[in-house]
Design a protein around this ligand. Structure first.
Ligand code: GUN
Length: 278
């Protein structure tokens, strides 16, 4: 039997529509400051899409661009200005930053109340302690998808493959907060397939093209693919979709699965940050 394929583009559209309705109710438009340092082509595309969707839901686009040669002091000083600016409800520093910059020190300058990417040490600590706060957008989008598909989480065995600050670690914390039994796998995990085959819910966030095949999947599992890789034949994820869809119960495609959820979650976080100040 073939898995149910989750349409992330459709769920993201619904989420954006609900954010737009809440923005209209709020009255004063929330402001999102995206910060791009340098001219990395992929980052330019990501930021352009964030700015476009921010305007589409009725928010203010307060984008700032610094040159690739900007100093640590210049970037941190910009963040301080945005922290103090009442027009700015959310701040997002696009990663990766140029190599000469200390990205953690820059991210940690962001006021936790405006940390709509959920990446500061304060936000990560709150999440780890199960306290309320702004949460990273991609794993938050995965949770929305799982809830949309009504995947049971309490007591479920969840396996997260990957331990990045952006996805793997916060993903594990969010699943734990929903009472799943969570295992984190990474590049040094032995017998990966034995561990992932335990999963009722499997999150692939390793950043390795088609790492997970049929042998990694428990029949009927919900398989969420966070990876996105450009290949000669087109885009692919961390999961071998064609093989895994024959055995999984639920699966997300690449593209059109988790990807569209990230920006929709960012807009929701920006709305929440704004609503807390009004
Ligand atoms: N670069 C790739 N994904 C992301 C993201 O979700 N947030 C930020 N700030 N940078 C990224």
């Amino acid at each position: 039997m073939s898995a149910r394929v989750l349409d992330g583009a459709d769920v993201a559209r619904q989420l954006r529509r609900s954010v737009a309705a809440d923005v209209a109710r709020l009255g004063a438009a929330p402001g999102l400051a995206t910060v791009l340092v340098g001219d990395d082509p992929a980052s330019q595309i990501y930021v352009k899409n964030k700015r476009k969707q921010c305007v589409e839901v009725g928010m203010r686009d307060l984008h700032r661009h610094l040159s690739a040669e900007a100093s640590q002091e210049e970037v941190e000083s910009l963040i301080e200005d945005l922290n103090a600016d009442h027009q700015v409800d959310g701040i997002l520093v696009q990663l990766p930053l140029p190599k000469h910059l200390d990205f953690r020190a820059i991210i940690d300058r962001i006021s936790p109340a405006k940390d709509v990417d959920g990446l500061t040490a304060i936000s990560a600590g709150r999440l780890a302690q199960g306290r309320p706060g702004l949460q990273p957008c991609t794993p938050a989008g995965v949770m929305t998808l799982l809830d949309h598909a009504e995947v049971p989480l309490s007591g479920a065995r969840a396996v997260v493959v990957g331990r990045s600050d952006l996805v793997g670690r916060p993903m594990a914390q969010m699943l734990l907060a929903r009472h799943a039994t969570v295992t984190i796998c990474h590049s040094r995990t032995r017998e990966l397939a034995e561990v992932t085959r335990e999963a009722d819910v499997l999150i692939a966030a390793a950043g390795v093209p088609q790492l997970l095949g049929r042998e990694h999947i428990r029949p009927g599992a919900a398989v969420i693919d966070v990876g996105i890789h450009r290949r000669e034949t087109g885009l692919c994820g961390d999961v071998d979709f064609d093989a895994v869809k024959e055995i999984a119960g639920i699966i997300t495609p690449v593209p059109g699965g988790v990807g569209p959820m990230t920006i929709a979650s960012l807009l929701r976080n920006t709305l929440d940050a704004a609503a807390a100040t009004r």
